[in-house]
Design a binder for this molecule. Structure first.
Ligand SMILES: Cc1cc2nc3c(=O)[nH]c(=O)nc-3n(C[C@H](O)[C@H](O)[C@H](O)COP(=O)(O)OP(=O)(O)OC[C@H]3O[C@@H](n4cnc5c(N)ncnc54)[C@H](O)[C@@H]3O)c2cc1C
Length: 405
């Protein structure tokens, strides 16, 4: 008889895990997926494109209903898992009967952070995480009244772009002295700022939000230095926090995320975690690629194969049309590393390759990102680059062209 394997969360990590399980251990497990969002798993990454009007919401579903049915997977959406009984191996679902499991996988993702400032609970304060948020932001965009987006990372920039594209006056506030500081060095961030400003987004750096003004509804944002910005709405895009409450309440080891080992095992027997809710070797990833790598490892582990997850080399692409940005690996460079730079601000191009011990260890590309995947493969492959060092800055085709004798 198949063992009951229950996955909590019906997001990107869960969908990939089911896909991988159907390849590695078809029939061994009776899989049930419990998700609180009111629809089948969708590509969350594409929410930015939905907001920008470049993709339709119904086109972002990861797999059609028939795909889940054909694999014998029970999908309960609109269902909130409320408690894990570790001893009895039961999962409680709000308003429904508990279900038993022999293995449980937590794939609960993250929630958006709301800044703890006065006014954060006013009407008109929003986040950008799921399709419901996007529906609200689209309605907001249609009103074309001024909006403040808080957070100059990937998410904030994409929210600001989507709103600005619809004709909304947008001010983007960022606490740090440069945009996307976790992915870009100072020159790249300065170039990015000028490129997004050309899209009609007003960017304020070193902007520390002190309070959101309004009676019942948002009327403006006040910064710590006293500056006031008019706003009819605020979008928080200032970070995420892993959804760990279920694990914590069940007594599992939790730091920032649910702590997992190299086999994605939590501190409780037969309970696993992956994706944004998991913390591996002290890292909670906020990107989808690590979740997919974890899904592949976990599926093989659940199929009794000997495999371990060693961590991920992360890469980021900004999805703002006409503003290509790519960053991967050790983009700042560390002690003993060297950087090769190419900067043409006027043409909107910046390239930085970081080399350490004769290997490519990081890259930042603005403007021309055609060779991003090639650089990423080299960073992940950790192969020596001595033979192509002179040409690699100018792209794959030049670097790999046969050399004249
Ligand atoms: C607008 C946007 C753009 C993004 N762009 C990129 C990008 O360009 N590149 C990139 O790598 N990443 C991007 N990300 C991040 C990426 O979407 C996430 O890394 C990815 O979705 C993580 O997958 P996950 O399955 O761990 O979490 P999620 O996809 O969030 O899925 C978790 C699911 O679990 C559900 N859940 C939580 N608790 C419970 C419970 N108790 N019971 C039932 N269900 C529960 C949640 O509602 C959610 O549906 C973006 C995210 C957003 C919001």
């Amino acid at each position: 008889m198949s063992e009951p394997l229950v996955i909590v969360g019906n997001g990107m990590a869960a969908a990939r895990l089911v896909d991988e399980l159907s390849k590695t251990s078809l029939g061994r497990y009776a899989v049930a997926v419990i998700g609180d969002e009111p629809r089948l798993a969708y590509n969350r990454v594409l929410l930015s494109s939905v907001l920008a009007g470049e993709t339709a919401s119904h086109d972002i579903e990861l797999k059609p209903a028939a795909w889940w049915r054909d694999r014998g997977v029970t999908v309960k959406y609109g269902s909130l898992a409320s408690e894990i009984d570790v001893g009895r191996r039961e999962l409680k679902i709000a308003g429904e009967e508990s279900i038993e499991f022999s293995r449980l996988v937590l794939a609960t993702g993250s929630m958006p952070l709301r800044l703890n400032v006065p006014g954060a609970d006013l009407l008109g304060v929003h986040t950008f995480r799921d399709t419901r948020d996007v529906d609200i932001l689209l309605a907001l965009a249609a009103r074309r009244k001024p909006v403040v987006v808080i957070g100059g990372g990937l998410l904030g920039l994409e929210a600001a772009y989507g709103l600005a594209k619809a004709g909304t006056p947008v001010t983007l506030l960022h606490l740090m002295d440069r945009l996307m500081e976790r992915q870009l060095d100072a020159p790249a961030a300065a170039l990015l700022k000028s490129l997004v400003e050309r899209k009609g987004i007003k960017v304020l750096l070193n902007a520390n939000t002190a309070r959101i003004h309004g009676d019942r509804k948002v009327e403006g944002v006040e910064l710590a230095d006293g500056r006031m910005i008019e706003a009819s709405a605020v979008v928080f895009a200032a970070g995420i926090r892993p959804n760990t409450a279920l694990a914590k309440d069940a007594g599992l080891s939790v730091n920032r995320g649910v702590v997992v080992d190299d086999h994605l095992r939590t501190s409780a027997d037969n309970i696993f975690a992956l994706g944004e809710c998991a913390e591996h070797r002290g890292i909670c990833y906020g990107l989808v690629e690590p979740a997919y790598e974890q899904a592949s490892v976990l599926a093989r582990h659940l199929a009794s194969r000997d495999v371990a997850y060693q961590g991920s080399v992360v890469a980021t692409n900004l999805k703002v049309s006409g503003v290509s940005v790519f960053s991967a690996g050790d983009f700042m460079g560390s002690d003993g590393s060297e950087s090769i730079l190419l900067s043409d601000v006027r043409r909107g191009t910046y390239k930085k390759l970081v080399i350490a011990d004769g290997k490519l260890t990081g890259a930042v590309l603005i403007g021309d990102t055609a060779d991003a995947l090639w650089y990423l493969e080299m960073i992940r492959g950790r192969k020596g680059v001595a033979a192509i060092r002179r040409e690699m800055m100018f792209g794959r085709s030049l670097a790999l062209a046969p050399k004249a004798a």
